[in-house]
Design a binder for this molecule. Structure first.
Ligand SMILES: [Zn+2]
Length: 130
């Protein structure tokens, strides 16, 4: 992971164990210990790097990519969603088992990844399943 600019005022940098600066969300609950709460927030990665990572794990077809729900552990692929008449892209943000969504208040409990997109928006996604 490389150093990142802090572009949004709802973010602040925290140094990790290697002394690298990582961007994390501000802790919302004042009673949380910052160091303890750090693990609740997902690492950030450029979306292009994430796409390359996914291709290296599962191949070129996104429908074959597998994701693990951070809440119930269900593993699903884009093809599972297609088979239920839903968009394959949902597999990275919605659990087909418990319907947990990566964009809810608790996100992915720090188990997923926050993708930095080309337009500078961010999206939190489920972790890859393996
Ligand atoms: Zn689930």
């Amino acid at each position: 992971m490389s150093k990142r600019e802090v572009k949004q005022n709802n973010k602040h940098p925290i140094k990790d164990d290697n002394g690298e600066i990582r961007e994390r969300r501000v802790i919302r609950y004042e009673q949380f210990d910052v160091n303890a709460a750090e693990s609740y927030f997902s690492q950030e990665i450029r979306e292009t790097d994430w796409i390359n990572l996914g291709k290296s794990k599962f191949g070129e077809d996104f429908a074959d990519w597998k994701f693990k729900c951070p809440k119930c552990g269900t593993v699903s692929s884009g093809r599972d969603f297609l088979n239920k008449g839903m968009a394959a892209e949902k597999s990275r943000v919605v659990c087909i088992g418990c319907a947990w969504k990566a964009d809810n208040f608790f996100g992915t409990f720090g188990k997923g990844l926050v993708l930095n997109r080309a337009d500078e928006s961010k999206i939190e996604v489920f972790p890859f399943a393996d």
